[in-house]
Design a protein around this ligand. Structure first.
Ligand code: HEM
Length: 208
């Protein structure tokens, strides 16, 4: 119980902090210029400015909204709000994922890293769409399981940044870190969720 509370608290804390930091980067880059605030993104500005903005505005929004969908009080006591946030979360992911796919041809990392990000974007949309359709079909246990998968993929943004710091501290260049993080950032949280869903006596009573 204590462990569950601590991990829920950490999920909230890290989602909000990383989403807020991302919004700070977008605001600063817009105000003082990408060359000053986010030089690693300047090469997207020529022809991929719209996809870049779509991604860096809507992906953090999805990350910010994700924890609210798991808040039992909101889910049970305020269905309409839960539904409205759910729509906003799903639409944000659709926009952010399309943005990232359009950015990828200009991404400067390796083919291996590009493949990891492309797969993540596709699975991100697929799991979220599945969760959305299950909610509409009122298959609540299955909806919950697929929302956990979707949130694990949204949380990849947090894991990526947590992994990036120690990797860069060893002297690894930023682009090189993507060879590890473009895959590990989403495979790790997805594995944790699959384990949570399969624990004996765990929540999944309906086929997922
Ligand atoms: C889950 C699917 C996602 C994919 C495939 C993806 C992919 C990418 C790619 C390829 C870049 C460009 C990196 C570069 O050129 O250096 C990027 C940048 C960025 N992404 Fe995502 N991303 C995803 C999710 C998220 C989420 C959930 C957030 C929420 C915080 C996010 C926030 C950002 C931000 C703020 C940047 C700008 C770079 C920075 O300053 O950190 N992304 N993303």
């Amino acid at each position: 119980m204590l462990m569950q509370r601590a991990s829920t608290g950490l999920f909230w804390f890290l989602s909000i902090v990383i989403a807020a930091l991302a919004f700070v980067v977008v605001t600063l880059a817009t105000a003082i210029g990408f060359d000053q605030a986010a030089p690693h993104l300047v090469h997207y500005l020529d022809s991929e400015k719209l996809p870049l903005y779509a991604h860096i505005v809507f992906a953090p929004l999805a990350l910010l909204l994700a924890p609210f969908q798991f808040w039992a009080g909101l889910r049970n006591g305020h269905r309409r709000i839960h539904r409205a946030i759910g729509y906003a979360y799903a639409v944000s992911i659709a926009i952010a994922a399309i943005g990232s796919l359009l950015m990828l041809p200009r991404f400067q990392g390796s083919t291996w890293a590009t493949t990891g990000f492309a797969l993540l974007a596709v699975i991100w949309v697929a799991t979220t769409a599945r969760a959305f359709l299950l909610a509409r079909a009122r298959r609540i246990a299955a909806h919950r399981a697929w929302m956990m998968r979707s949130a694990a993929l949204t949380f990849a943004a947090v894991v990526l940044r947590l992994m990036m710091l120690p990797l860069m501290a060893t002297g690894m260049p930023m682009l090189k870190t993507y060879d590890i993080t473009a895959w590990a950032s989403w495979l790790l949280p997805l594995l944790v969720v699959e384990w949570l869903l399969r624990r004996p006596g765990r929540m999944v009573q309906q086929p997922v």
